[in-house]
Design a binder for this molecule. Structure first.
Ligand code: AHR
Length: 527
């Protein structure tokens, strides 16, 4: 697949864009963008897990957001709230990561098993200093993933745990037979082992996970991972915790310093990158009520994801030319200033059309790098950062980001296809410019041709002519997400303000003319 975003940066197509000074000054009527899908040139498969989700013991992400307990007046199934469960099932969550994040390195799994009334109460020193009563633990998490049909990603505690504690956790989850851990699990109500798909050794070791140097972490990875053992048919893929943003030294140290052998495995290196409108941790920017400068800055910041993946892929191409290691972007998304009046440690933020556009641009980047990026996990699923779902006690709403994830479901497991883009516009604001369209095409697992288009420009609608190389096109149909305001969002008073609408267009003379509104996302089946 060819991504228009990358074409601009890497192949110098800017030179082909006819943007005259007059066109900038006058109301813009852009000439049609030409897209040709090369349906006969399949590329890499998009791993469904690039649409992964993250739940951490953070704010109302789990407690209230997912888990309310069996005695709650909020309708629930064995403690999980029904409205959230239904929405997540419909989303087809492919992968769930837990328990952190930073919290992973303070979490001792034995606190979260056994009768809930007897579980210890700890201070959540990572997030908000609140009491963690451990009502949601290993069983609650793994049962949730099972109900959703999601693969499971457990993040081990390297920061404050021991190799023995880590090894026994994996044994507790995966062991059949009569071992003490397996019997303990049975006494706690679960007979058969759960399937464990991924296991990580620590989180953000460069920061909240222990403020380590990469070389020190590599030694610890080798040490701890050696003792993570599971039955042959239930071996988790092993993840080393990598860098953030423009860092490449972590991928470098891990891919050159871990040497898998019969007693040590490595399958993926994680990476985190958050989109802050102002690129400033002290003053990140507001979730709502922002101007076009903030809209533009946010999109420009988010497109850096592509550069960071490219830089790390270059490292891996040198140290792992056979492509044994996946590059897992296991935390990404927008991070704004927290809502006033809320506990700043809860990272609760509203979510607008801008977040949906951010999500779609990142999906296209992940599709573009499907050969190496086999997992991406947005932070986080409910009530935290760029969430799918927000709750207020018994109330619940789906965010624009939820709708973006929902629209892209056909891309789970799809095969990428190149899309040639001609006459691609730029979106300019102030002194800056970013690509004015992002295109991603793929053949889905049902054999249908999927086309996703993003118009990031809040002021310029586009006409996009689409053709399929070597084949006639009859129609395109699917869904379109847009709104009048840049910060259009769903509130508990108006939970349906932003939602996708149906869109279809018939071809004329073998070509589609898709009208793509300003600031919009379209996901269409092309027939
Ligand atoms: O997602 C919130 C936090 O961001 C995670 O706990 C941590 O890994 C990252 O810094």
């Amino acid at each position: 697949m060819i991504h228009a975003t990358r074409n601009h940066r890497r192949h110098g197509w800017l030179a082909t864009i006819a943007v005259t000074l007059a066109a900038i000054a006058a109301p813009v009527v852009a000439s049609p963008v030409e897209v040709v899908i090369e349906a006969d040139r399949p590329g890499a498969t998009i791993h469904p897990n690039v649409y992964g989700q993250f739940v951490e013991h953070l704010g109302r992400g789990i407690y209230e957001g997912i888990w309310v307990g069996e005695d709650s007046s909020i309708p629930n199934t064995r403690g999980y709230r029904n409205d959230v469960l239904a929405a997540l099932k419909d989303l087809r969550v492919p992968l769930l990561r837990w328990p952190g994040g930073c919290f992973a390195d303070q979490y001792h799994w034995r606190d979260g098993i056994g009768p809930r009334a007897q579980r210890p109460k700890r201070v959540n020193t990572s997030w908000g200093g609140v009491i963690e009563d451990n009502a949601f633990g290993t069983h609650e998490f793994l049962d949730l993933a099972e109900m959703l049909g999601a693969e499971v990603y457990v993040n081990g505690n390297l920061g404050t745990g021991t190799p023995r504690e880590m090894a026994e956790w994996v044994e507790y989850i995966t062991a059949d037979g009569q071992s003490t851990q397996a019997e303990l699990r049975r006494r706690n109500g679960r007979d058969k082992p759960w399937r464990l798909h991924y296991f990580a050794i620590g989180n953000e070791a460069w920061g909240c996970g222990g403020n380590m140097r990469p070389e020190y972490y590599v030694d610890l990875y080798n040490h701890y991972a050696t003792f993570v053992k599971a039955p042959e048919d239930n071996q988790p893929k092993m993840i080393a915790s990598g860098g953030h943003g423009d860092m490449t030294e972590w991928a470098e140290a891990i891919s050159s310093g871990v040497e898998p052998n019969w007693s040590l495995r490595l399958d993926g290196i994680s990476h985190h990158y958050y989109t802050l409108p102002n690129a400033d941790w002290e003053k990140k920017g507001a979730a709502l009520g922002f101007d076009e400068a903030a809209w533009f800055a946010t999109l420009r910041q988010t497109l850096l994801m592509d550069d960071y993946i490219v830089a790390n892929k270059e490292v891996l191409a040198r140290n792992d030319p056979d492509g044994k290691y996946g590059f897992y972007v296991d935390e990404w998304g927008t991070w704004y200033d927290t809502e006033e009046g809320d506990n700043p440690g809860f990272l609760f933020q509203q979510n607008s059309l801008r977040d949906a556009v951010v999500a779609a641009l990142n999906f296209h980047i992940f599709h573009d790098h499907a050969d190496r990026v086999h997992m991406a996990v947005i932070a986080q699923m409910v009530n935290v950062l760029q969430a799918m779902i927000l709750t207020d006690k018994e109330k619940m709403l789906l965010t624009p980001t939820y709708h973006a994830f929902h629209m892209y479901r056909p891309f789970h497991g799809a095969t990428t296809l190149p899309a040639r883009v001609r006459n691609a516009p730029e979106y300019r604001h102030g002194d800056g410019a970013i690509p004015g369209i992002s295109v991603s095409a793929a053949r889905d697992t049902d054999g249908k041709l999927q086309l996703a288009l993003v118009n990031p420009d809040p002021g310029t609608p586009l006409t996009v002519h689409v053709a399929v190389q070597g084949g006639a096109v009859q129609r395109a149909s699917g869904r379109l997400l847009t709104a009048d305001a840049m910060d259009a969002h769903n509130s508990f008073a108006q939970p349906q303000a932003v939602r996708p609408r149906d869109y279809s267009v018939e071809a004329r003379e073998g070509r589609l003319a898709i009208e793509l509104p300003a600031k919009s996302i379209a996901v269409l089946v092309v027939e």
